[in-house]
Design a protein around this ligand. Structure first.
Ligand code: DAK
Length: 261
């Protein structure tokens, strides 16, 4: 499919989606949101793709937020439509049955931090910077900045970031648990590809279930979440991957997972 504001490349089991508006630091406008929705929908259906990487074009920015020039003159109806569109993209990413890894290679501000938070985990370059500066624009974060962020880093850090609008460096982002791992700029994509390939070598049924269990179970009471986990564990036994994985261990060989999810 031809896109104008994003790039979408598939190499074997790994797809890389690059937000491609480097002149405005990859800011998100309605067209980016629409194209991201199309790309994630298509990749979700593409049986060959097992893991998706999300990154930003250029060496300065992942995503510097929603496009302020596009937002400034929106009327309330356009603002609501844009809002629903962005929320739709983050919800789609979370519900996709395949892991999405954020490769944050520079500024991830406002909607940039939020779209990274909708990924399954974040790897970042030493130059990455994070923040929820919406308060400086007279608004609140609208795509999960108050909600996904507080669930990930705790209420206190989420409040400090959302209330001050401060931009934090990657060391602090790692310290508070927003970022999993940090790499020199020229090693980030190799590191992300390496972990993507490792995940792609696992069985689809278990990969999908892990993502769904952690996402869905997190906000449930523990006993309900554990019940969900037991049901998913049981479902794995209906997949050839369970026999292949356990058989391969016992036969001292590498598993070759072929189950469909
Ligand atoms: N929008 C539009 N243009 C942007 C932009 C943005 N968010 N960020 C940067 N640019 C543009 C700059 O205007 C500049 O354009 P030219 O002047 O060259 O034409 C170009 O990118 C380069 O930026 P700078 O010259 O400013 O570069 P610096 O290195 O000096 O500064 C910076 C980099 C990232 C610190 C600075 O550009 C900056 O502060 N940018 C704005 C960051 C920001 O406030 N982001 C949050 C935006 S609000 C919602 C979901 C999500 C959202 C809202 C609702 N719903 C679902 C309800 C999200 C809201 C936001 O993200």
């Amino acid at each position: 499919m031809a896109y104008e504001t994003i790039l979408c490349e598939v190499d074997g089991a790994i797809a890389t989606v690059t937000i491609n508006r480097p002149k405005v630091l990859n800011a998100l406008n309605p067209q980016v949101a629409e194209e991201l929705a199309q790309a994630f929908t298509a990749l979700g259906k593409d049986a060959a793709v097992k893991v998706i990487i999300l990154t930003g074009a250029g060496d300065k920015s992942f995503v510097a937020g929603a496009d302020i020039s596009a937002m400034r003159d929106m009327n309330p109806v356009q603002a609501r439509n844009f809002s629903r569109q962005l929320q739709g993209v983050t919800s789609l990413m979370e519900s996709l049955p395949k892991p999405i890894i954020a490769a944050v290679n520079g500024f991830a501000l406002g909607g940039g931090t939020e779209i990274a938070l909708a990924c399954d985990f974040i790897y970042a370059s030493e130059t990455a910077k994070f923040g929820q500066p919406e308060i400086n624009l007279g608004v609140v974060p609208g795509a999960g900045g108050t909600q996904r962020l507080s669930r990930l880093v705790g209420k206190s850090w989420a409040k400090e970031l959302c209330l001050t609008g401060d931009i934090i460096d990657v060391a602090l982002a790692k310290e508070i648990g927003l970022v999993n791992r940090v790499f020199p700029v020229d090693q980030l994509m190799d590191a992300v590809l390496k972990v993507a390939k490792k995940i792609a070598s696992k069985g689809r049924v278990a990969t999908r279930a892990c993502k769904e269990l952690i996402n869905c179970g997190f906000d449930l009471p523990l006993n309900h979440a554990l019940l969900l986990e037991a049901e998913a564990f049981c479902t794995c036994f209906a997949s050839p991957d369970q026999r292949e994985g356990m058989g391969a261990f016992l036969e001292k060989r590498k598993p070759d997972f072929k189950g469909e999810a």
